[in-house]
Design a protein around this ligand. Structure first.
Ligand SMILES: [Zn+2]
Length: 210
């Protein structure tokens, strides 16, 4: 009897150990940084800062990845489910941004109107902000009136001198994201912050490009 109990004890322990090694049954903590592509293939990534196609004309990320706090990913997954039902999906332009990269960006464009001062940091540095738009079934971006990172009044939510279609597209993006845990900011139609009671720390976590 004792041998049988020992046998089952070893079996249970080794099973738990194996699950841990293979990552099963391990839900990340809400504040853990995770790669969104490991949770869904229904997002399109167009990480502009991993290319020279951005307002700095400079590549500041080593590779194209979208890392965020797990709670931000969960909220985005829920929002994208709603968009998918309507025939759209989320295209991501920027996600978590390490503070070292924030410093590089501020060195290139030292203007806090366009780039947050690294001393203060941005919600992107906290893993709780995303820059995004919507694409249709053919992969075409919905017309939002301006491009991503257009620095002018036309990018603001309050700006109304736009076509009915553009205004409706912005409202669709805003409504679904607000219903799924995000807050817009006034000046940029593409930027959303996760609603949260307390701010997460600025981080300099770096993702692996291999
Ligand atoms: Zn942003």
């Amino acid at each position: 009897m004792k041998d049988i109990l020992t046998f089952f004890f070893i079996l249970i322990v080794s099973n738990l150990f194996s699950q841990r090694i293979h990552g099963y049954n391990t839900t990340p903590h809400d504040t853990t940084f995770v790669n969104i592509e490991e949770y869904s293939s229904d997002f399109v990534l167009d990480m502009r800062y991993a290319t020279t196609n951005n307002f700095m004309n400079t590549k500041v990320y080593d590779c194209e990845k979208c890392y965020l706090r797990y709670k931000t990913v969960k909220a985005l997954l829920n929002a994208n489910q709603e968009f998918l039902k309507l025939g759209y999906k989320i295209k991501l332009f920027d996600c978590y941004r390490p503070t070292d990269v924030q410093k590089i960006m501020f060195d290139i464009v030292p203007n806090p109107t366009y780039v947050a001062d690294p001393k203060k940091g941005s919600i992107h540095n906290r893993g709780c902000a995303v820059d995004l738009t919507l694409i249709d079934r053919n992969g075409n971006e919905l017309d939002m009136g301006t491009t991503f990172d257009f620095f002018g009044v036309e990018a603001a939510h309050a700006y109304q001198n736009l076509s009915k279609e553009v205004l409706e597209n912005r409202i669709l993006l805003k409504t679904v994201l607000q219903n799924n845990g995000f807050n817009p900011i006034k000046s940029e139609w593409w930027h959303y912050n996760l609603k949260q009671d307390t701010l997460d720390n600025l981080s300099n976590f770096k993702w692996n490009c291999d």
